[in-house]
Design a protein around this ligand. Sequence first.
Ligand code: DX5
Ligand code: ZN
Length: 217
Amino acid sequence: MVKIAPSILSADFAELKKEIQKVEDGGADWIHIDTMDGHFVPNLSFGVPIVKSVRPHTQLPLDCHLMVENPENYINDFAESGADIISIHAESTVHLHRALQMIRSAEVKAGLVINPATPVSMIADSLHMTDLVLVMTVNPGFGGQSFIKETVSKIEQLAALKQEHGYSYEIEVDGGINDETAKVCIEAGATVLVAGSYVYGASDAGQQITNLKQSVK
Ligand code: DX5
Ligand code: ZN
């Protein structure tokens, strides 16, 4: 069964505790936390203090997506604050191997993210040290954008490599996910769906989560 990771980027920050409770009650599997630094992406969001504040209020794994330059500077702080998964962009550091090692040394699951313009070949030599590969299905920086369908072939490539080499990484997709694009991604091999506006933009978040889970049935 596919996992759903609602992105709190689209939540009402003044009601964050309730907004998290709402999706947890509605069947969410992970909570997706989008950190943006205004350099790697043209937007600012939030960082470690939010992870720390949220941690005591949910049992769900905190899936931290770092859209920042030089992510190695923040890995230990995220880990100490209660992150369960830390995902870093292949385009964000020249020391990708070291950064992935740092995440695993902190006993956190290591995720590797590629932007829509980045080929799977760029991360082929790092797949053995990742617990999750995140395929961006929009250009990162903002919620509410449209799904880029050319990214689907990368989900298929990652699923094929996983099978060929016996890897166990999750294949996550992020950006423009709704009940239609979810179906396409799951059929291509995605195992985790991030959804921001589709979940938080509707009056019944739980129903939206159910729709995503049932999109392939
Ligand atoms: C985009 C973020 C996403 C974003 C997704 O840069 O990484 O996680 O919140 O939002 P939707 O689902 O609205 O495209
Ligand atoms: Zn994200």
